[in-house]
Design a protein around this ligand. Structure first.
Ligand code: BG6
Length: 484
């Protein structure tokens, strides 16, 4: 058999990923307004996070301080540079720039903060990859407008984009319009992504009171906002590369029963492809229209909406990939996971302490599926292992489990490239320990860099290098050749 060359392309974008609400802190500093993330309490794997419209004195709100990147960004970027990052995925806190979301003028101090961050990245030749909206929005938009269910929010978002595109047009080239936009196809995404005010018992994962039709209406508004942003961005700077971002849910049929096969395909269609078909191809797919009809969902669309979607197709496709699950037509199969990742147990896979099944081959499978469908450049912008780390007496942190996880996934990305997939970048999630989105914990760590802070918010916030730090440095230095 002929030898296959398996290699990452020259100029491959190695780096790491974060989001403002899980990283920055400084929730009231520099004129920042309250965001939707700022009203969500901490939880655990077994205790749900709560959404509290009025801040409670006794409650712990992890976004308020997070890991205080707001004051540590120079030190953190220095560490990213030491690892050899080519790219850093970060998001902007919308409420830092428009404290209420509907303000007439942006907050100069907020804009200045990101000027400083981008300048620091430039100093180290690190390319920013900016998510415009990552699980947060000014809380005022939830309270006054019921978030994305209201079409007016499209205009506020486009205005926000106009401001940031103009301000950062010479320092940012890569943009993502919405983080994991497809989370809005699930009840879980209603507040976190859709900014829709919950009624009654406002707990994460509580599906009571969920309004599916309203969620899809909100999603339609996000599609319009995304498409308008793509068009506007290209007008402001034709060199901009603007992408979509999907939480790719890799779901296998549990058996070869045709019922399971069909169910897995339907899940793939609705959970993954509905959103990216709109954002990459510019129109709702047939299976979405059928689903809406069957569920009695009637989207309110205005004349010209279809044209807006058609004219705002993204330049590249990005996604998060952590784990895979199974689907079955048999309702008695064992469930696994929780928070952001849920499905049926796969007997062939091990799972993390948070019950996320570990499946590197699923990443190759997903990369091939996505590329076969769209044939545009792909980036894996989130991947990683949330785990408890132990600091040894000598201060070292030997996170071999994390290295194993990442090594396995990088090896499969290489296979996918050899399969012909145009993969252009990789930014593992939480390259520095940060707050978990699903549980609000600090204990669920993903980083190469350890941050001294615990679930209760105590700690010095000092940064230290884990064993995976030098391992990843070696991976980047060798462009993915050295994985041991
Ligand atoms: C992704 C989100 O779904 O998963 C991140 O985009 C999140 O914001 C990440 O942090 C990992 O999930 P968790 O719940 O472990 O933080």
């Amino acid at each position: 058999m002929n030898e296959i060359t398996k290699r990452f392309p020259e100029g491959f974008l190695w780096g790491g990923a974060t989001a403002a609400n899980q990283l920055e802190g400084g929730y009231k500093e520099g004129g920042k307004g309250l965001s939707t993330a700022d009203v969500i309490t901490a939880g655990t794997h077994t205790t749900r996070r709560r959404i509290t419209p009025v801040l409670e004195q006794e409650a712990n709100y992890p976004s308020h301080e997070a890991i205080d990147f707001y004051h540590h960004y120079k030190e953190d970027i220095q560490l990213f540079a030491e690892m050899g990052f080519k790219v850093f995925r970060m998001s902007l806190a919308w409420s830092r720039i428009f404290p209420n979301g509907d303000d007439a003028q942006p907050n100069e101090e907020g804009l200045k903060f990101y000027d400083n961050v981008f300048a620091e990245l430039k100093k180290h030749n690190i390319e920013p990859l900016v998510t415009i909206s990552h699980y947060e929005a000014p809380f005022n938009l939830a309270q006054q407008y019921n978030g994305w269910s209201n079409r007016k929010v499209v205009d506020f978002y486009v205005n926000y984009c106009r401001v940031i595109f103009n301000r950062y047009k010479d320092v940012v080239k890569y943009w993502l319009t919405f983080n994991e936009i497809n989370i809005l196809t699930m009840p879980f995404g209603s507040f976190m992504a859709g900014v829709i005010m919950p009624e009654g018992n406002a707990e994460f994962g509580n599906t009571a009171g969920d309004d599916e039709g309203l969620r899809y209406q909100a999603l339609h508004h996000q599609f319009l906002a995304s498409a308008k942003a793509v068009k506007l961005g290209h007008e402001i700077n034709p060199d901009f590369k603007i992408g979509c971002m999907i939480a790719y849910m890799c779901s296998y049929p549990l058996t070869c029963n045709p019922e399971d096969i069909l169910l897995a395909q339907q899940k793939d269609n609705l959970s993954n492809y509905l959103c990216s078909d709109v954002q990459v191809r510019g129109a709702y797919p047939g299976f979405a229209k059928r689903y809406f009809k069957e569920q009695g969902i009637e989207l309110v669309m205005e004349d010209g909406d279809e044209e807006i979607l058609r004219e705002g197709c993204v330049d590249f496709y990005t996604f998060s990939y952590y784990s895979s699950t199974c689907v079955s037509a048999d309702p008695n199969q064992e469930q696994i996971g929780g928070n952001l990742s849920m499905g049926l147990k796969n007997p062939y896979l091990e799972a993390s302490a948070w019950e996320w099944q570990i499946d590197p081959k699923g990443l190759r499978w997903s990369l091939n599926n996505i590329y076969n469908r769209y044939q545009i450049p792909l980036m894996v912008v989130e991947n990683g292992l949330g785990a408890v780390d132990t600091v040894e007496e000598d201060g070292s942190i030997n996170d071999d489990y994390r290295i194993d996880y990442l090594r396995g996934h990088i090896a499969e990305m290489k296979e996918a490239i050899a399969d012909g997939v145009d993969l252009v970048g990789y930014t593992p999630w939480g390259c520095i320990d940060l707050v978990s989105a699903g549980t609000g914990e600090m204990k669920k760590r993903y980083g190469f860099i350890y941050v001294d802070k615990d679930n209760e918010g105590k700690g010095t916030l000092s940064r230290s290098r884990k064993k995976s730090f030098s391992w990843y440095q070696g991976v980047i230095e060798s462009n993915g050749e050295v994985l041991e």
